[in-house]
Design a protein around this ligand. Sequence first.
Ligand code: ZN
Length: 585
Amino acid sequence: MIKKLPQSQSLAVVLLLSLLLLLLSPQWLVLQRGQDLSQWLRLGLLPATMLLLLLLSLQRSPGRSVWLWLPLALLVPQEWFYQLTYGKATDAHAMAIIFETDLAEAAGYLSGIGWLLFAALLGILLLFGLTSSVLLVAQLHWPRFCRPLIWGCTLVGLGWVTLQERQYAIDYPLDPQADATQTALSRRPLPQSHNLFYQSFPLNLLLAGNEYRVQQQALSAVAVKSRNFQFGAAQPEVLGERQIYVLVIGETLRPDRLQLNGYARATTPELASIPGVISFKDMISPWAWTRMSVPVIISRKTAANHSYFFDEKSLVAAFGEAGFRTYWLSTQSPLGVHDSSVALHASEADEVQYLNPVGYKKEGFYDEVLLDAFQRVLAKQEQKQLIVLHTLGSHFSYTDRYPPAFDRFLPSGKGQKIGMHDKANRELLSNAYDNTVLYTDFIIAGLIRQLQQQQAIASLLLVSDHGENIFDGDCDKSGHGHNTEFDYRVGALWLGSELFSQQFPEKTRQLSLAARQPLLTSQTFHTMLQLADIHYPSQQSKLSFASPAFVPQPRLLWTGVDFDHAAKTGQCRQLPQGQAVLGQN
Ligand SMILES: [Zn+2]
């Protein structure tokens, strides 16, 4: 090192160190959330520091290579914001939200801190400019052995990661039956490095970015298969009125917990006070996992089809063919193991908005963000609209799904960490679950009120994706996917506007009849299209429970078992396993 300007050299070192601290600062938040110190040092701070040093060592003069840090440094404020707000590091879900949602319209991600963010970014830019010029003026260079030392350490680190990956591939072999796309989207365990470094800023950004890219590519590959698919759907031009068709995909909503269906608690006070709401008391879903049960609701995918992705498009595309402007508003996740099969169909819509930057794993935003988004869509006053809302509803953790004002059935354990699988929490879970239903009542009633203010032929259908076990009776099960009666029974309801009933009195009458008929969520596709008078060559009116031609169907589950004729044994009301292999979740 040339010792010319010792004073400016020490200033340069101080500036460089402050940049390093800035870049590593989000790591401190991870430690604050209670991560084990040695783990934090080993898998958080150390690899991140190595990455930064590697970048800095790519040129002999740090005054030049320091600019390689700039893109990462500019992301530091967003990482702080994200971690402080949502309690986790930026992941592929966050990336998808950022890249795929119109932020200006979405739920106000970053809202209110725009100027603060701008100031922070400007400050960072100035700091880089200053540091680089001081480093250059001071002619600070890497000492001779430093760079090879950093490269050597990096190689050792990469070697270690490679060994970890190899062991991981042995421990978690890929399913040889699954094709490449399914593996990427549904079955692929994340690389081990992802599990190790996902909280280590800025490594998490690289990992999340890569994860997002791989999933997007796989999803596009699936979408190609059905790209040219057409229903040949059309709507006869007889209606002069505006038309709005709404499908709300409910989450984990049990029919027996609805006051509307006779539940003793007042869980649906608002819906109970709206005249004309028809509650379908005997509907089942043939699947009990979101990623399998939602495609069955919105497309013609049958219960017997066990592949993750369907070759046909969904009702979203069919409405599009019939001249509707189509919207998909969601508080669920745009990608990942549980969501890609739904996201595939969401992408058929003219406009897709993912409104919850967190997904179901944390509290995130409540479903009420959908009310504002819904209002914005209605305000467009388009003549023909289809609006699909994918809610988080009653997804576990129950207490994360509703704001404090809806914490009515107590004790619910809101604000505490309540384990789902500990039977001792039975009462808390049951109360919290009822609070989620109370909140869903508020959401659905809110949508209905907005719809009633429109002068339109309007229809709102709510269908839940599956049910839930909540340690019912002496049953030792909680959650869903246990092949019990509680898994398959779902809450569902419908309301049409006055204009709808005037236009289609026979459909309204049939829907009242359907309130007590045995229904399947898989009839939703046929019902939605028939409600809107959309016709297509392969149409089957007997599958629409809004059609006078409706014929109740045998209710076959994904296991091949006939739900109505099979024995339901024990306190859990367990169904027989049938032909399918259980536990493939
Ligand atoms: Zn679900």
